[in-house]
Design a protein around this ligand. Sequence first.
Ligand code: SAH
Length: 375
Amino acid sequence: MTSSATSRTNLLGLPRPALEAFVAQLGSKPFRARQLMNWIYKRGEASFENMTDLAKEFRPRLSEHAQVCVPDIVTLQRSADGTCKWTLRADASQAFEMVFIPEPDRGTLCISSQVGCALDCSFCATAQQGFNRNLSTAEIVGQVWLAGRELADAHGTGPHGADRLVTNVVLMGMGEPLANFRNVVPAMRILLDDFGFDLSRRRVTLSTSGLVPQIYKLAAEINVALAVSLHAPNDELRSELVPINRKHPIAELLEACWHYLDEQNGRSVTFEYVMLDGVNDSPAQARALSSLLKGHPAKVNLIPFNPFPGTRYKRSPLRVIQRFRDELIQRGVLATIRRTRGDDIDAACGQLAGRVIDRTTVRLGDKVIGVAVHP
Ligand code: SAH
């Protein structure tokens, strides 16, 4: 271990066993790891000097070898409806975004898992940006830490204690969380850990476009609520909207979802369904969707399409969305309409774009010659 500032270990994002090992390496007792987590996650403290119940001689050792390092905030925008969007620095030229959505009975933080996205869903602004890299566990956890601190500063409350403002976390920002499995799972462990953010498993939701093998892997690793971006009732249309469907068609995807619930003892899977005018919003399509889901523990969340520059899609009219919902409910499938929040600051579902330098498309002159494979 060297003492230069750049090689100090970032304690943010270290799961408890790794933090215990680190503390032991510095010659301290494992229970110090729990104290440290308490300071970092519950109290939002980043300076070891202020962690007053740590042994006096331990604090300078920590300052020498460790740090609590969160992403820098580039901009903060506030919507007329109270929704906040932060743009966070990924590096000198790139950025990713997180969104806080206040409601009377809860506060939901929507966090990103990647800089951009490689999945190319035709109706999503993030897809237009291409993909650059996975966020680290510290960058994922750092979003929750930062939001807690920022909101506490603004409201004069504690960052993550009983009066915390972030009560729910959804991985529904930029990126496909299951394509960054290695960093996302430890981040979720810290969200759930009693000594971490201590969120209940029903208040942490991972949303995926349908990476089937990773859904099975997730079922064996961690227990959080699952949301799946379905968007179409048949493979032909879904493959057009969500291209990963060509690899993992609807029947396989649904089987993985029911397996996930069995393993997790979960209540239901939420299926997201973006309402695109004249594309996937007819009563017949609602009936086809109900045949797929009827009798299963499923909830459908209809998302009015949020437009972005250059898109060819339009939002379905409200009466069409309501009719679609009613068709589902009449056939015994639970369905709700997601209220659009923060669209005046481009913070609504599918509008997060950040600043991404695409590295997935390998170009030679003007000709696309291939797609780079990324971890
Ligand atoms: N990649 C993950 C996480 C993104 S979650 C996933 O696909 O699930 C964001 C949700 O918003 C997804 O259901 C996504 O399909 C949906 N979405 C994307 N673009 C949208 C848009 N322009 N309007 C409304 N919803 C959109």
